[in-house]
Design a protein around this ligand. Structure first.
Ligand code: GLN
Length: 230
């Protein structure tokens, strides 16, 4: 029975960028795990599809959905007007926003995000953090991943990393590294959505219905607790 149902289940390709803990990252066995991965799999279980996770650079996700190399993507992607012109977004599933990580020794020098306005900043390429860096100082470097941007901060290639606050907080909580701290300020309120190809409105509907179901049956809360422990 299970062999038959596996053979019959539709598998959809969902892109991610797996250096964004706790939303998507790799474990010691190089498996891609995280809040987003559990959420999309739980949605698939409700909606009747299996998920194949495809790892790629963040700035390749929208183009890959646009050209149908992916059916969708889940990657802590902020719902923005610009992206929504190219791809569909599911209903919002997570409240996020931008904060800044600085070197601890600079904590009194940079008490607020505004105090970074003439500093060189770092961000991940193609992200809302990069947009924020552009607005704050205009002088910023883009890196393929957030860990690379943090590395640049530590080696003094920039004065702050602009990135999603829940990822910054998770990093600061889980890394044994007290050389960096967060400026305790949320710059923009943002919502994450699951990206779906505009050519597949049926999948968008299934994802929204699945999301609604896992919110109602407690699965969403269970997954949230697993990764955020709250
Ligand atoms: N939420 C941010 C954005 O959508 C960053 C996402 C990410 O780096 N995975 O731009």
């Amino acid at each position: 029975c299970s062999a038959l149902s596996i053979a019959n289940a539709k598998t959809i390709k969902i892109g991610t960028e797996a250096t964004f803990a706790p939303f998507e990252f790799t474990n010691e066995k190089s498996e891609i795990i995280g809040f987003d991965i559990d959420i999309i799999k739980a949605i698939g279980a409700e909606a009747g599809f299996d998920v194949e996770i495809v790892n790629m650079p963040f700035d390749a996700l929208v183009p890959s959905v646009l050209t149908s190399q992916l059916e969708g993507a889940i990657a802590g992607v902020t719902i923005t007007e610009e992206r929504a012109q190219r791809v569909n977004f599911s209903d919002p599933y997570y409240k996020s926003g931008i904060s800044a990580v600085i070197r601890k020794e600079d904590a009194s020098k940079y008490p607020t995000i505004d105090s970074l306005k003439s500093s060189r900043l770092c961000a991940q390429i193609g992200t809302t953090g990069a947009n924020a860096a552009q607005k704050i100082s205009g002088n910023f470097g883009s890196y393929n991943t957030v860990p690379e941007a943090i590395m640049e901060l530590k080696t003094k290639g920039c004065e702050a990393v602009l990135n999603d606050r829940p990822v910054n907080l998770y990093f600061l909580r889980t890394q044994n590294d007290d050389s960096v701290v967060e400026i305790k300020e949320l710059l923009n309120g943002e919502d994450y959505g699951i990206m779906v190809s505009k050519k597949n409105p049926e999948l968008l509907k299934q994802i929204n219905e699945g999301l609604d179901k896992i919110r109602k049956n407690g699965k969403f809360a269970e997954i949230h607790k697993k990764w955020f422990n709250v």
